[in-house]
Design a protein around this ligand. Sequence first.
Ligand SMILES: [Zn+2]
Length: 532
Amino acid sequence: MATLISLPGISLGEARIVDGNITIPARSKQRSVLCPCCNNLSKRIHSSYVRVLRDLSISTSCVSIHLTVRKFFCRNPECEKKIFTEQPGNEVKAYSRMTNRTRETLQNILLEVSARKGSYIANLISLPISPSTALRMIDALPIPPAEKVTVLGIDDWAYRKGLTYGTLLVNMETGKVIDLLIGRDGVSLKEWLAKHPEIKIVTRDRASAFSCAVSSTLPKAIQVADRFHLLQNFSDCVYSVIRIEYRNLANSMNENSIQVELPNDIPQEGTGKEPQKAKGERNEYIKLRFVKVKQMLKDGAGLKTVAKSLQISRNAVRRYSKVDVLPIKSIYHKYDYNEYLDIIAMGFSEGISFVKIYARMKDAGFKGSKSAFYCQFKDHPMRTKPAEYNPINIKLRLISPRKISKYLAFDDLSKIKDETDREIMEKLLNKSNTLEKIRQQVLTFKELLLGNDVLLLNDWMERTINIGISQLKSFVTGVKGDLEAVKNAIDTDWSNGQVEGQVNRLKSIKRQMYGRAGFELLRKKVILSKVG
Ligand SMILES: [Zn+2]
């Protein structure tokens, strides 16, 4: 057992098993000990006490080492320490209640999982710790000083989406995260860069805050706009164009397509008890009712009487009694359903449920809520009289703008797996000259960024402008504003792909901690975790 466990500098006694747990007495091997203050040897023992240290478990048994620790007199009259405690071996740290190897094992586990899960796993391997101890153990981990870095990758990430952001720094040569900074405005980045004059190349997305920080702090560093972001930005830009042009594209598919309009009068109240009245008339009725209720209450009538005589619910009367003005009924936010009418009409004609139609709309990029959609369409003629909206007439089961922009990046349409989607894409590209032009630009841009011929960039920018769509023009303007970095993106092999991977890793670590991680904890985990 003693050889199995063996702690350097410490001699172990006879192990005892009590209640399935192993207890081992231990003491230091040294006879004389150096004073930590003056380095003089001392043999004179002042006193001793027993420290209990947790060690790695054996099978399912917890192991505790009962280490007798001695206190010594320092005999050097010049030394300010009169008494000191020995620190035997290198496995035992002052004040710690476990051996170093136990702490390291636990810390390595805790770096990869949340404190709660870590505590659970530790219990399974007979090293019981509480979640709060787990947190403290991660807190105690030091972050090693940042290594030297030649090629730096920078990206932003959302700490609290839409509220606070951070900056992620990656050593592009090792692919490892070097640091996480608060904010993405370049302020913290500037401070950090100032400490790293060795950086030669910086890859970043087109955020100007980063480029400003780099050019002001490291004017000699070569800046590379990241290819991944460039492609992504252009594809977002194309998507926005298609979203706007979507209806026209749909119409171009089928000149005979019927226009499915939303009804003007969308029923707002779903009680169904009262006869349907025109909107204006109904509003008048409600106003009148409110006045009557108020009058009767003022005259001293009880809730019950008012409710009975006006034939409304007692709850309504109570509600009215508490307010001075008739509350405006909240109206569901009106989303733009135009883009999704085809999907909706198709769904109704197939007789499928709202939930399924809603799922299809979601896939196509719909942002509204299910209940809003339900309220808007439950009494819609498309649903109540589907025969009039025969799907044969709605030939354009048009694919979503998101899909169209995705397919535009396919160099060969035969790579589209879905047969109907492929047919529609072919038709669309045949009918719309502009769409075909956009597609050519998407494909050339991809080629351009994958290749290394910078000279093609000017030609590409000119052609993109010539399509005559304002969004595309402003994209080119953006590229022109960052021309050197974009050219470097084509010229050099550095790409932020790795950084992007690290942003995803960071997100998953953040999720592990249920999004409640403090910034410092998150920073530690991202920098120190080996698998996460
Ligand atoms: Zn001393």
